[in-house]
Design a protein around this ligand. Structure first.
Ligand code: NAP
Length: 357
C-alpha cells in the first residue's frame, strides 16, 4: 500500500455530511500524503441568502501546492493549517434561499476541496452559471471554464496571433497547452510546434495539430528547437518557464511575442530560475508579457461562445483526464507535478448533474 492509498482507504461518499480535504502540513517539494487531512462536518442549515452546492467535479491545478504552502495565489486568501484547500469545481444547487439562484442550476466557481458547500455566492467565489448547452458539465473546469479562458485570453489578447505565424507552445498537452495548440493550428491556421514530456504526449500534440512535437525529456531542447524553427518563432506561449523559456528566447523573430502564462518547472524550486538571456528581446523588438486570467473576465462570454462553437465543429477536442473519486484528490494533485497528466486534470466526485436547468 502506498502512503496515498492508505490515506484514501475505506472512504465512502456521504450524502448527509460535508467531507473535505484540508491542509495538514506545508508541502516540502511535491505534495505528500501527510500534507492532507480528511475532515467531516455536518451540512449547515441554510440561512436567507445562501445556497447549498453539491459538488459534481473538482479541478486539479498546479497552483494548489502554492495554496497549501500558505501563499496568497490567484486572488485567494492564504490557507492556514487545517483549512479546506482552495479549488474550483462544478456543482449543482440543491437548495436555495438566495433570491438570484435556483435549485437545479449548475455553476462553476470556488468550491474548495469539499463534497458540499454552503455559499452566499459572493463575488470573491467567482461563481458562474453553466446553462445546459448539450456539452458535458465537466468542460466547465476545462475548455469551458477558467482553463479555457486562460488559453483564449493568453493566446488572442496577449499573443495577438497573425496570419502565417509560427507558434511554439510548452506544456503542450497540459490543460491550457492542449487548447492553445489546437487554437493555433486548427482555428488560426498557424504552424505550431509543441514541447511536451514523453513520446505519448508528443504523439498527442501531433494528433491535436502540432506539426512537430519536441520531447524535452528525451531530446536536447536547444538543438531540437533549432531544427524545428529554422526561421524562428513569432509567438511563444510559455507554460513552464525556466530553461525552456531560456532556450526559446534564442529563436525570436522580428516583433515576436512571448506570452508568460505559467512557470510550472519552477514551482517546486527553492530559488526561482533567473532568466539569463532576457536581453534577446532587444535585438528583435520582441515583447514578453504576462497575464492573469481573472483580469480577462470581461471576455468570458465571447471566449466561451467561441470555444463551444469550436468544440461542436470539431476544431477543438477537449482533452480531459478524470480521476474517479473524491478520496483520490491528493494522489491526483501529486501526479500533476510529476507531469503525469494529459489535458485538464479533474476529479469526478458525483459526475454529470441530473435535472440540470
Ligand atoms: N496566467 C494565468 O492566469 C494562468 C491560468 C491558468 C494556468 N496558468 C499556469 O499555466 C501553466 C499550465 O497550467 P495548466 O492548468 O495547463 O497545467 P497542467 O494541466 O498541469 O499542465 C502543465 C503541464 O506542464 C508540464 N510540466 C509539469 N512539470 C513540468 C516541469 N518540471 N517542466 C516542464 N514541464 C512540466 C506537464 O506536461 P509534460 O509532461 O509535458 O511536462 C503538464 O502537463 C501552469 O504553470 C499554470 O500555473 C496560468
Amino acid at each position: 500500500m502506498t502512503e496515498f492509498s492508505r490515506l484514501s482507504a475505506g472512504f465512502e461518499l456521504d450524502e448527509s455530511s460535508v467531507q473535505k480535504w484540508c491542509v495538514a502540513r506545508r508541502p516540502d517539494g511535491n505534495v505528500r500524503a501527510g500534507d492532507f487531512e480528511l475532515k467531516h462536518a455536518p451540512i449547515p442549515e441554510l440561512e436567507a441568502g445562501e445556497v447549498l452546492l453539491r459538488t459534481q467535479y473538482l479541478s486539479l491545478a498546479p497552483v494548489m501546492r502554492g495554496y497549501m504552502s500558505g501563499e496568497a495565489f490567484a486572488g485567494e486568501q492564504p490557507l492556514a493549517i487545517g483549512d479546506t484547500i482552495h479549488g474550483r469545481g462544478v456543482a449543482q444547487i440543491v437548495k436555495s434561499r438566495h433570491p438570484e439562484w435556483q435549485e437545479g442550476q449548475v455553476v462553476q466557481g470556488q468550491l474548495g476541496w469539499q463534497t458540499f458547500k454552503v455559499s452566499r455566492m459572493t463575488p470573491e467565489e467567482k461563481f458562474r452559471q453553466m446553462p445546459p448547452n448539450g456539452l458535458p458539465a465537466s468542460l466547465g473546469l476545462g475548455a469551458l471554464g477558467m482553463t479555457g479562458l486562460s488559453a483564449w485570453a493568453g493566446f488572442y489578447n496577449v499573443g495577438d496571433p497573425q496570419d502565417g505565424d509560427t507558434v511554439l507552445v510548452s506544456g503542450a498537452v497540459g490543460g491550457v497547452g492542449s487548447l492553445v495548440i489546437q487554437m493555433a493550428a486548427n482555428v488560426s491556421g498557424c504552424r505550431t510546434v509543441g514541447i511536451a514530456g514523453g513520446s505519448t504526449k508528443c504523439a498527442k500534440a501531433v494528433e491535436l495539430g502540432c506539426e512537430i512535437a519536441i520531447d524535452y525529456k528525451a531530446e536536447d531542447v536547444a538543438s531540437a528547437l533549432s531544427a524545428a524553427l529554422p526561421e524562428g518563432l513569432d509567438l511563444y506561449f510559455d507554460n513552464v518557464g525556466g530553461a525552456t523559456l531560456d532556450a526559446a528566447m534564442d529563436h525570436l523573430r522580428q516583433s515576436a511575442r512571448i506570452v508568460l502564462c505559467g512557470s510550472i518547472s519552477e514551482y517546486t524550486l527553492e530559488t526561482p530560475f533567473r532568466l539569463p538571456n532576457y536581453t534577446r528581446l532587444r535585438r528583435s523588438d520582441a515583447q514578453m508579457r504576462g497575464f492573469f486570467v481573472y483580469n480577462h473576465l470581461d471576455d468570458w462570454d465571447r471566449a466561451m461562445d467561441e470555444m463551444a462553437d469550436w468544440i461542436r465543429t470539431g476544431r477543438l477536442k477537449p482533452v480531459e483526464q478524470i480521476t474517479d473519486g473524491f478520496e483520490h484528490m491528493p494522489t491526483a494533485l501529486a501526479g500533476l507535478y510529476s507531469g503525469e497528466n494529459m489535458g485538464k486534470q479533474l476529479c469526478r466526485v458525483r459526475g454529470e448533474p441530473e435535472d440540470w436547468i
